[in-house]
Design a protein around this ligand. Structure first.
Ligand code: DHB
Ligand code: MG
Length: 228
């Protein structure tokens, strides 16, 4: 993960908090989800409030009828997206860890969005072919936020289950800039680099990558769109 002891983190967090307070509120159910995730010992990988606001606005712009999320964790990001869905919109979210999924389901119910969210327990690489056979695709937005070692496969699945115009986000792809280092021993970095290798020459994608700083350290995300 990115270094949360970075010397600038206090400053970045203060600015994050200042900026987030200028935008749409984190409501009580979102706050409770974040607090319960921490209390339940989930890893500290929830989106920041500012990132939640960002993905909420993005969903309002895109008005996706179907969202696919890889990596539910405690459903903090799921709730931000669900709150922005158009009428009839649905999210399928995939989680490997049963403990995370149980906490996530409670958070979704408390937030009043469980009717719009289908949480599937299991390894995403097992669930994705099932989704394909069920015919629930194409997805309009795919949010990749799961184990970094499989990011290349997840990107390929996102394209496969998408359509021209599908937006793809992949979280945590900068990692303090360590992604620049081809010799990094970090398996997560190597997983992201394997995704990068196919991204550049993928004719079905138009891709951007933004680095970010904030309360989550120095990191960044891919925002790509599937082409016709
Ligand atoms: C990690 C994963 C995340 O999804 C995140 O937002 C931050 C860090 C990680 O695996 O290190
Ligand atoms: Mg993440």
């Amino acid at each position: 993960m990115s270094d949360l002891n970075h010397p600038e983190i206090k400053h970045w967090t203060a600015v994050d908090n200042f900026l987030a307070a200028l935008c749409g509120d984190e409501d009580t159910a979102l706050k409770a989800a974040r607090q319960d995730n921490e209390a339940a010992g989930l890893p500290p990988f929830d989106l920041s409030v500012a990132q939640g606001q960002f993905i909420h606005v993005l969903v309002k712009i895109l008005q996706p009828k179907r969202i696919l999320e890889l990596g539910t964790l405690g459903a903090y990001s799921t709730i931000w997206m669900a709150r922005a869905l158009p009428a009839g919109g649905r999210i399928i979210t995939l989680e490997f860890n049963p403990h995370h999924a149980a906490i996530a389901q409670k958070n979704l119910e408390r937030a009043g969005v469980a009717d719009r969210v289908d949480l599937r327990l299991g390894a995403a690489l097992d669930t994705l072919p099932i989704l394909e056979s069920e015919g629930v695709s194409p997805f309009d937005l795919v949010f990749i936020d799961a184990d970094k070692g499989n990011y290349r496969s997840y990107l390929q699945w996102a394209i496969r289950l998408g359509r021209p115009g599908t937006a793809i986000i992949a979280d945590n792809v900068v990692r303090d800039g360590v992604v620049m280092n081809p010799a990094s021993p970090d398996p997560d970095v190597q997983g992201i680099r394997r995704m990068f290798e196919i991204m550049k020459d993928e004719p079905r994608l138009s891709t951007s990558i933004l680095q970010t700083v904030g309360s989550k350290g120095h990191d960044g995300f891919v925002l790509a769109v599937v082409l016709g």
